[in-house]
Every structure is written in C-alpha cells, then in structure tokens.
Design a protein around this ligand. Sequence first.
Ligand SMILES: [Ca+2]
Ligand SMILES: [Ca+2]
Ligand SMILES: [Cu+2]
Length: 353
Amino acid sequence: MIAAADGRLAASRATDRTIAFMKLGLSMLRETTLTQHDPAPAEASHTGMVWLGGGTFRMGSDRHYPEEAPSHHVAVGGFWIDPTPVTNRQFREFVRATGYVTIAERTPELKAYPNALPHMLRAGSLVFNPPDHPVDLRDWSQWWTYLFGANWRRPYGQGSSIRESGDHPVVHVAYADAEAYAAWAGKALPTEAEWEYAARGGLEDAEFAWGDELVPGGQHMANTWQGAFPFQNKREDGFERTSPVTAFPPNGYGLHDMIGNVWEWTADWYVPQHQADAAKACCIPRNPRGARADQSYDPRQPENRIPRKVLKGGSHLCAPSYCKRYRPAARHPEPVDTSASHVGFRCVFRPSA
Ligand SMILES: [Ca+2]
Ligand SMILES: [Ca+2]
Ligand SMILES: [Cu+2]
C-alpha cells in the first residue's frame, strides 16, 4: 500500500497528469504472412538486439475492444528490437551519461497547465494505489494517485528505491523521456505496427504472444493480474508489481515481456480505430506511422490539448476481471506528458534504406 505523502492526494487521484492537476478544482495472404524476407543488413551489429526480417501480418483484432478493429493487413520492413523493455539499470546509465532529468522529476509549469490548481503543480507521477475493497470499475481515480515525489528512481514515492530492481523495467517515463533515451542509445521508438509484429512472435492472428490460451497448461506466460481488480491481487504469476524483464518466457522471436509487466510507448499517435483492410495485396500499407497529432486528443476532454500516443502490450495491472489488454492487438492512448508506475518502453533500430 502506498502512503499518501500529502492529505490532498486522496482527492487528486486521476488517470493522467492534466486531470490530476485540475481534479481539485485476407486468406490468400496467409502463406506469406509473417515470413521473414529480409536478411539482417551487415552494416551494423546491434549488440543485444534481435533482428526481425520484415513481413506482412494481420494487425489488430475483431474479437475484443472496438479500438483494436478492424483487423487488417500491414507490411513492415526489417528492423532490430530490444529483447526486453529498457531496465532501471539501462536507464540509469543514460542518466549518468547525460544528466537527463525526466518529466516526472520536473516541477510542472503553470504555463503548460493553465487550469491547474497551483498546489498541484509539484513534481510527481501516477502510482497505482489499490483500494482494499471493491470499487466502481468505471472510475479509474479509485486506484491511481498523482504522487508527489514519485519518479523512476522512486517508483512508489518517497522512501522507495530501485536498489533491488535494476533488472525491472524503468517506469514513470513520459514520451519525451523514452525518446531522449532512444536518441542517446542511437535507436528509436517502435511504430505500433513494428511493435505488434514483434509481439506476435510469428504466430498468425493468435490471441496472445504465445498462442491462444492465456495460461497454457497452468503456466503463466506474462506478468498480469490474477484476482478481482483492483483490490485483490492473487499474484499467481509470482509478482504483485513489476517483475525482472526476463522472468517470463520469450515469444517466438526471442522477445520478453512484450505482453504484461509494463505498457510500452510507441511512436504512433492514437486514434480509436484501425484503417480498413486493403482490398488487394497491392494496397497493403507498408510501415504505417499512425494518425496525426491533432487527431489524437481526447474527445471527452476538449480543454486538454495534450496529444496521445499508442501504448502496447498491457501491464501487470491487466486482469481478466477488468482489462483484457494482455494481447498483441490491444492498445491504449496515453497523453505524452503522462508517466505512471506501469508504463515503460523498448527501442528499435531501423537499417538505413
Ligand atoms: Ca502479476
Ligand atoms: Ca510489456
Ligand atoms: Cu490493462
């Protein structure tokens, strides 16, 4: 349980940063699908990264949430990808080398949040703070707290640390933080199509990154949530919060944690649906880059003009009883300024064309 650092916090629980500040106040294609055409270019060896030859695959799903539909064919070129999310240890190397200060560590400016109540404008981040009883599942503010002092070094606020979790994914990183790390590493953030192609691990249209069963033969394949969300975490997978990035088996491409543990930032702007499937093989989009920034705003919050990126993969908070987003097709919009205790990222490297 997270101790509130400030009496006002109870009222400031919210799902994203801006709200937190304002709160108080085709079958023919099947054979070619997922075939990896491109051999890894010899130009560079990206130590520790996994080469994925490009291919055509079925992106999205018609069987789940509306934003994942329609399922449609997409082609991606070959690229390298990190086999795990970026860890606390890796992120610390970046910060030591550059002196970079993450968004969650900076005091938010009134200029950027004109509707904010001044006392809320303190450095912090969103921390999962579970109630001990059933709550209205429509109200996310029941389990999210904007916690002053929470950041990547102190994932659960004052008094917490990452001393024992160097191999856990870094969290409390906003989009710009992930981008800054990627630039430093000479890498980039994946597009949604690249990310989903990688997550599917070579399986055609499967529900999960490992097949069609969530817990095949009783074996947990990812760090998700078992029990009644958000008050009963049965930890049958062994972890209440984040887990070491290789704690669960890799998918068919050798990639760990694509599903669960932490959501991962992608470079694409969010719109709540996919484009229609191409009528002919000729017209399948290649390396799609998502929507435009000005299409990504939250329509329910017209006063908040913070554009939103696509998050992928679900997290340790995804539960059959609440949010079945522990699947490659699943997606979630996240305002670029927002950081949280269940969101991280991994990088890709694209060969120069
Ligand atoms: Ca778990
Ligand atoms: Ca993940
Ligand atoms: Cu979820």
